[in-house]
Design a protein around this ligand. Sequence first.
Ligand SMILES: Nc1nc2c(ncn2[C@@H]2O[C@H](COP(=O)(O)OP(=O)(O)OP(=O)(O)O)[C@@H](O)[C@H]2O)c(=O)[nH]1
Ligand SMILES: [Mg+2]
Length: 463
Amino acid sequence: MNLDDTIVAIATPPGRGGIGIVRLAGPEARVIARPMLRLSRELEPGRAIRCDLIEPSTTPARIDEVVVTYFAKPHSYTTDDIVEISAHGSPVVLRHIVELSLAGGARLAEPGEFTMRAFLNGRLDLTQAEAVRDLIDSQTLFQAKVAAQQLDGALSNRLKPIKQKLVDLIALLEAGIDFAEDDVSVAPDTTILDRITQVKSPLLQLAATFTYGKIVHQGLTLAIVGRPNVGKSSLFNCLVERERAIVTAQPGTTRDLVSETVAIGGIPVELVDTAGIRRALDEAESIGIKKSMEALADADLVLVVIDKTQPLSEEDRELLRQVEGRPAIVVENKSDLPSTSGDGRVAGPSRAEPDRVLPQRIPTSALTGEGIPALRAAILQHVAGDCGTQFETGFLTSVRHQKLVSDALTSLAAAMSAVAARVPHEMLLLDLYGALRSLDEITGATTTDDILNLIFGTFCIGK
Ligand SMILES: Nc1nc2c(ncn2[C@@H]2O[C@H](COP(=O)(O)OP(=O)(O)OP(=O)(O)O)[C@@H](O)[C@H]2O)c(=O)[nH]1
Ligand SMILES: [Mg+2]
């Protein structure tokens, strides 16, 4: 990775817009930008200057009126000299600025290369660089806030004291090996075990945050299933707050899966409306029902909709059996209509199955909106669990981080067995170094180029 050349890219999204920004970073940024700008004064660090963008030829013609900001090394995003040219957001103008920069000696930036430079120059650690990407990719404000915390170093700060304890223990054991000839043990086994536990416990707590962190990062899928005509599409429309799916009084209206993502508790939830499940009347319906079953199988959470006005049918029971033991909510829809056979449509545990755990039941009316807030609250409870209320900082949201924490825990477990087996401290140290390496990889203190390319390759150009 060459850090000494000057890179250029359009930093704003493709297409037309109010303004568009071209960013130049590297030692030659100012020299390259200078000929295309008609400046009445020299560029000053941290100051935005309005000037003409010109064709740097013998007869300079004005192309646009721009605002140029110069960030002097090391007080910039990448820690290099950076020049940002804000032009009117015309793709041709922006492309031309890039071409002029290339002609002036700049190189086209790779995706994420600005952020990678910030990382390689030590301004951001790897978790912070990844947070930049997550912040840009966030679909909800809550996700953005979580990413902003990580950008602020929340995860690194949480890891720091854990790593310090591990380093201290390694130092203690290393010292012991140096004096091994004196035949003094540095610490009794119980002390060593105790100190490994002090590293392990907070890591276990951190690992546990991934259950929620994964949902925050990836969101989840919620399938709405049930017999035809129970009001699945009507409920779907209520939850997405628009008439997205077709609703008719005819059973078998929905054929294909209809999906829409909404934010519930700041978490993106993909709602999937499905075809009513019954013995199909034609080929299209039967394919639709097959898709319903697949959506049911794939969903993180299932809403089983039943018609509160009708007795529970065999199809209803079959669906309820299918979601047993899975996160599910039973929605008793059409609560605005009088029940034909009293309340309590979903039977309690039968005598034959006394321990069956029944899913939560929520009466709703998709017609009047009654019960919809309660349904939303129930979904939120499933989504966020108890974590949602006590907003933790520095939790694990990335599979990469989760894997490395779990690798570190594996190494620590091996170290504990090594102490128990009274193996020489040299061997024990190998496990502890293994754990340290995994923790270092999270923040990027040790990483290979392959991993860096993999991570920064997922960024957008110009970031
Ligand atoms: N009274 C009343 N009618 C409802 C309610 N929810 C839906 N309906 C009516 O029930 C009929 C079927 O609604 P849909 O939302 O199309 O039902 P569905 O489950 O999607 O049906 P399929 O797509 O055929 O499986 C329509 O006439 C709706 O207006 C409700 O809560 N109360
Ligand atoms: Mg429908």
